[in-house]
Design a protein around this ligand. Structure first.
Ligand code: FES
Length: 106
């Protein structure tokens, strides 16, 4: 279990206990964090689980695969270098304490 902090677009923070091995999307949904829809339930086919990771953890995340890269182009909010589909990023010890910014829209 590690701590993650989700930050809403309005600045509201939700610190949660995240189970190792779950996706960041699964953690957000299971902990009642608003702002992630996850309409495809983690199949990397909807981009409604878009989040922004801080640059400090980019190298600690799994590489963006082609299908994720393609879907991020369809995200409702602007894509930036920290953009990821949260269903494609697993919780690991390496990202313990990370702050994850949620976009305005999904
Ligand atoms: S839940 Fe649909 S792309 Fe992540």
């Amino acid at each position: 279990m590690v701590k993650l902090t989700f930050v809403q677009a309005d600045g509201t923070e939700h610190q949660v206990d995240a189970t190792l091995g779950l996706s960041v999307m699964q953690v957000a949904l299971s902990q009642g964090v608003p702002g992630i829809s996850a309409e495809c339930n983690g199949s990397a086919a909807c981009a409604t689980c878009h989040v922004y990771f801080d640059a400090s953890v980019f190298d600690l995340l799994p590489a963006v695969q082609t299908h994720e890269d393609d879907m991020l182009d369809f995200a409702a909010s602007d894509r930036n270098p920290g953009s990821r589909l949260s269903c494609q990023v697993q919780v690991t010890e390496a990202i313990a304490g990370t702050r994850i910014q949620l976009p305005d829209l999904q």
